[in-house]
Design a protein around this ligand. Sequence first.
Ligand SMILES: Nc1ncnc2c1ncn2[C@@H]1O[C@H](COP(=O)(O)OP(=O)(O)OP(=O)(O)O)[C@@H](O)[C@H]1O
Length: 289
Amino acid sequence: MSIPTIIVERLNKNFGHSRVLEDVSFEITPGEIVALIGPSGSGKSTLMRHLVGLTCCNRDRGGRVSLLGREIQASGRLRRASRGQRCRVGYIFQQFNLVNRLSVLTNVLIGQLGRMPRARALLGRFSDEERQRALQCLARVGLEGMAYQRANTLSGGQQQRVAIARVLMQDADVILADEPIASLDPRSAREVMEILERIHAEDGRTVVITLHQVDIARRYCHRAIALKDGRLYFDGKTSELTDARLKTLYENAGLDELRAGSQPDLPSPLREPSYTQAQTAVSAQVVHS
Ligand SMILES: Nc1ncnc2c1ncn2[C@@H]1O[C@H](COP(=O)(O)OP(=O)(O)OP(=O)(O)O)[C@@H](O)[C@H]1O
């Protein structure tokens, strides 16, 4: 049996007196594509940040995270990672995190920095072979024709595709995408999800994606892990995410607001689009509050 790519054991996290994660445990095996879902504030992003050591768990409850066979943190202590180890995990953010004034190609080449000798990385001297590879990564996300434009001249969807190309350039074994489509229109969101799905299928990379849209999770991911109030509520096939389970997962999380809206003929909140709308409504509230 293969070693799990991600192991999370009894993870607990408090921010002040507020318990954000409670005894969360799961494993993800190599080559899985997993959706991390749950209502707004359920702890999805906090959990993702624990996976790469951007956030550290409580000291007193013995939690542990290991990734690609290496311990990231244990009992509230972060372990140091080498450059090589850090390169094996790519993180995609909701807001893309590109360098606006640099070209699309240079943004992709930045994915290579961790694998270059330090001196050359400091000078940003990329070889012809590296440039060629960056162009190939751009071709995989359908943007080779935009390589020499400034990053901030691209649409949001295109910028997210550049961020994916950067992770490809990094040659990460694991891709963690934290709400990669939350700020995109439906068409761009679909394109980004299709690219992530293709990368997973063609390269066998492990992909974990936090999502607000259950219908998207069902369409593109085989497995879902759902958090509710910081606890593991569901871990299984997305096909087993029944309406009853979703109703309990998302109760008190935006459906009331949706019902109170200006759509008298709204379909049953148990149907997929309703959940999508509900979660979009919740996100919008969070963004604007
Ligand atoms: N650095 C922090 N300091 C204090 N509280 C925090 C911090 N980060 C997150 N929280 C709180 O932890 C809880 C979970 O936040 P988190 O962002 O992980 O939820 P989420 O499920 O990703 O939500 P959303 O889907 O809206 O992004 C929230 O109540 C949030 O306010």
